[in-house]
Design a binder for this molecule. Structure first.
Ligand SMILES: NC(=O)c1ccc[n+]([C@@H]2O[C@H](COP(=O)([O-])OP(=O)(O)OC[C@H]3O[C@@H](n4cnc5c(N)ncnc54)[C@H](OP(=O)(O)O)[C@@H]3O)[C@@H](O)[C@H]2O)c1
Length: 296
C-alpha cells in the first residue's frame, strides 16, 4: 500500500526513522483482558502479517501485554523483522498473577523489563522504549518521573535502548524528562471524545515530536456517539473509520496505533486513511467531546 494511502509519514526526531502515520497497536493480540493466551493464536499471527503486508512500519507493544505473549507472537509472526519496521515498547508496569496492573519502576525492574523485551522480541537493542507512568483512571498524575527517565537513559548509554519516549504523562513531566534526555514520542489517551491533550498535541507538533493516541477508538469502551454514527452514514464509512480519519486530520504529528485482533477490522482501519473529511463534517465531529456523557 502506498505511503499516501497510509496517511503520509512523520519522523521520530533525532532518529533515522520516518514511519507511515497509520500504525498498529498490538495489545489486543494478548488475549481477553490483555492476558494470554489469545483465543486464536494463528489469527493473531495473521493480523501481524497483514499489518506488514499492508505497508505499516510502526508497531506498538509491551512485554506486560500477556505478559510476554504479545511480544512472543510478534516475534513468531515477523522475525527476522523487515527493514524499516519500528517497534515501540513500554516499561513501567507489571502484571502479577491476579491480572492487575502494578508499577514496576525500580532500577531492577526497569532493567529486567528491558531484558524481557529483548528476549521476547528477539532483539539486541530496543528501537524506542516509552516510560509509561502509572497515572490513575482519570489520566496522568503529576509527580516527578526524573529518576525513572534517568535510569532509562543509563540503559540507553549501555546500548540496550536506542531512543526514549513517554506515555501517560503531563506536559510538566515531558519537560522534566527532556532536561534529562531527548524524548522522541509521547503516547497518551486521546480520541474524538477525550480531548484533554489538545494543547499538548499542538505544542508537540511545533517541536516536531510525534503524539501517539492510545485508545483511538475508545479502547475497552468503544466510542459511541449519535453524531459519529450520523456522519459515518453520510460518508458511507464506519464510525471507527471516521474516528481514525479525524485523528489523522487533527494534527500532522499524530501517529495512529489502533488495536485489533481481527484482519477485517484491520483492513477497515487502514482504509480510514483515505477518507476525506469536509469542513462541515469536521465541525460536527469537533463538537462530540462537548456532548453530554462525553469528554473529560
Ligand atoms: N500507554 C498506555 O498506557 C496504553 C494503554 C492502552 C493501549 N495502549 C496501546 O494503544 C493501542 C490501541 O489501544 P487499544 O487497542 O486498547 O484501543 P483502541 O484501538 O481504541 O480499540 C481497540 C478495540 O476496538 C475494537 N476495534 C478495532 N477496530 C475495530 C473496527 N474497525 N470495528 C469495530 N471494532 C474495532 C477492537 O476489537 P477487535 O479486536 O475485535 O477488533 C478492540 O476491542 C494498543 O494496542 C496499545 O498498543 C497503550
Amino acid at each position: 500500500m502506498s505511503e499516501a494511502r497510509l496517511g503520509g509519514r512523520f519522523a521520530f526526531p533525532g532518529t533515522p526513522w520516518t514511519v507511515r502515520r497509520m500504525g498498529y497497536g498490538a495489545m489486543q493480540l494478548a488475549g481477553p483482558g490483555v492476558w494470554g493466551p489469545p483465543r486464536d493464536p494463528d489469527g493473531a499471527v495473521a493480523v501481524l502479517r497483514e499489518v506488514i503486508g499492508a505497508g505499516v512500519n510502526h508497531i506498538d507493544t509491551s512485554d506486560f501485554y500477556g505478559p510476554h505473549v504479545t511480544n512472543q507472537i510478534i516475534r513468531k509472526a515477523l522475525h527476522p523483522y523487515p527493514a524499516g519496521l519500528v517497534i515501540v515498547t513500554k516499561l513501567g508496569a507489571r502484571r502479577p498473577p491476579d491480572k492487575s496492573w502494578q508499577p514496576a519502576i525500580s532500577r531492577k525492574e526497569l532493567t529486567a523489563g528491558v531484558h524481557d523485551n529483548l528476549r521476547s522480541l528477539g532483539l539486541d537493542a530496543l528501537d524506542i522504549v516509552n516510560y509509561r507512568a502509572m497515572g490513575s483512571v482519570h489520566g496522568p498524575r503529576e509527580g516527578s518521573i526524573a529518576e525513572q527517565v534517568a535510569m532509562l537513559a543509563d540503559l540507553q548509554r549501555e546500548g540496550l535502548i536506542r531512543h526514549i519516549g513517554l506515555s501517560n504523562v503531563t506536559a510538566a513531566q515531558i519537560a522534566e524528562a527532556q532536561a534529562i534526555t531527548d524524548i522522541v514520542c509521547v503516547q497518551n489517551h486521546y480520541n474524538l471524545a477525550s480531548r484533554h491533550d489538545d494543547t499538548l498535541i499542538d505544542d508537540l507538533a511545533r517541536k516536531g515530536i510525534p503524539y501517539v493516541p492510545f485508545f483511538p477508538l475508545g479502547g475497552f469502551t468503544p466510542l459511541q456517539s449519535s453524531t459519529l454514527s450520523k456522519v459515518a452514514g453520510q460518508l458511507r464509512a464506519t464510525p471507527m473509520q471516521v474516528a481514525l480519519a479525524w485523528l489523522l486530520h487533527r494534527s500532522p504529528n499524530i501517529l495512529l496505533i489502533p488495536g485489533t485482533s481481527s484482519v477485517s477490522h484491520l483492513r477497515e482501519n487502514l482504509a480510514a486513511a483515505q477518507l476525506a473529511l469536509p469542513a462541515e463534517i469536521l465541525l460536527m465531529l469537533d463538537g462530540i467531546a462537548a456532548e453530554p456523557g462525553k469528554g473529560h
